[in-house]
Design a protein around this ligand. Structure first.
Ligand code: 13P
Length: 341
């Protein structure tokens, strides 16, 4: 594969494919394993991810990149093959989460700022040697009473821009991920509020990226969709979510950006697919719009696996189905009847 930033971004945006976010930290994967009663050991984490990366049809045909966690990028499959090599063999680009988590923003109770810039240059060089060609950093924006603050948006946007510059210096494509939360304690906002906050966030971020001299063609944006909070009684249709999301992105994201891959953020798996497909069905988009889902790609597979080797085939089939549905959504050709076909 070419090592040029634009070519890596293009490979990540391969038509009809998207990104598998498998970069849950050890604490986050514990929450997922708790749901299926599986102990959170290093071997179980390895077995689960090996099962996904060996799902050949899904990986070859629907997955263009995989985001890994620090532990996973160093792990070997049971037979000794590095997990990174399984990903490369499937024609997908290995990537790495490099942020060190969203921490309380001093002086702004309930808001967060993402840490991880100190020593990042050295960590990126090591991850490059381990095979990573793209990275991810997630900033978190919370909507609530007097939130977000301008300080929260600026601090996260600035960190994202510094991170993106270090990535590009290292020959690594940055995924810039500002997540305006739809779930959690403060999620009763409506879709219009999400629109306004997402617009504000993206405008601030692209200002910072410009000042940091980021090559837009060599980065991927990973935004939330414009969607009502989970606790809002008034939920929009897929067509409304699609229309408002595309309108918001068109008014804030330069056409030169290498591509856009959404997070699922707490949407159900079918909802995340349906909303993405509705956007691509609109057509006339300046960038490729695809998925970079964690929960929405893995939920069904995780449940089918339930920590047992004998469930591998069923879990891989569940993953393949979800990956295929999202691959179709990436071209706007998904429809509900395909879910049961
Ligand atoms: P979800 O799709 O579960 O939101 O996860 C994507 C991700 O990578 C969050 O950082």
């Amino acid at each position: 594969m070419s090592e040029n930033l634009e070519d890596i971004a293009e490979a990540m945006m391969a038509p009809g494919q998207g990104i598998l976010a498998a970069d849950e930290s050890t604490g986050t994967i514990k929450k997922r394993f708790d749901q299926i009663g599986v102990e959170n050991t290093e071997d179980n984490r390895r077995d689960y991810r090996e099962m996904l990366f060996r799902a050949e049809t899904a990986m070859n045909e629907c997955i263009s990149g995989v985001i890994l966690y620090d532990e996973t990028i160093r792990q070997k499959a049971k037979d000794g093959t590095p997990l990174v090599d399984l990903i490369k063999a499937a024609g997908a680009v290995p990537g790495i989460k490099v942020d060190q988590g969203a921490k309380p923003l001093a002086g702004f109770e309930d808001e967060k700022v993402t840490e991880g810039l100190d020593g990042l240059r050295e960590r990126l060089a090591e991850y490059y040697d381990l095979g990573a060609r793209f990275a991810k950093w997630r900033g978190v924006i919370t909507i609530g009473e007097a939130m977000p603050s301008s300080n929260c948006i600026s601090a996260n946007a600035h960190a994202l821009a510094r991170y993106a510059a270090l990535c590009q210096e290292a020959g690594i494509v940055p995924i810039v991920e500002p997540e305006v939360l739809m779930d959690g304690a403060f999620s009763s906002h409506d879709i219009e509020t999400c629109y306004e906050v997402t617009e504000w966030t993206l405008n601030t971020i692209f200002g910072e990226l410009y000042q940091a001299g980021i090559l837009l063609e060599g980065m991927i944006l990973k935004p939330n969709m414009v969607i009502a909070g989970q606790k809002c009684p008034d939920q929009a249709s897929a067509e409304e979510v699609a229309e408002m999301t595309v309108r918001c992105l068109k008014s804030t994201v330069p056409a030169a950006v290498g591509g856009i891959a959404f997070l699922s953020g707490g949407q159900s798996d079918v909802q995340a697919t349906q909303n993405l497909s509705a956007m691509n069905a609109m057509g006339n988009l300046p960038w490729t719009l695809t998925f970079s889902y964690g929960r929405a790609l893995q939920q069904a597979a995780l449940k089918a696996w339930s920590g047992k080797d004998e469930n591998w085939a069923a879990a891989q089939a569940a993953f393949e189905h979800r990956a295929r549905m999202n691959g179709m959504a990436a071209t706007g050709t998904w429809s509900k009847d395909l879910e049961t076909a």
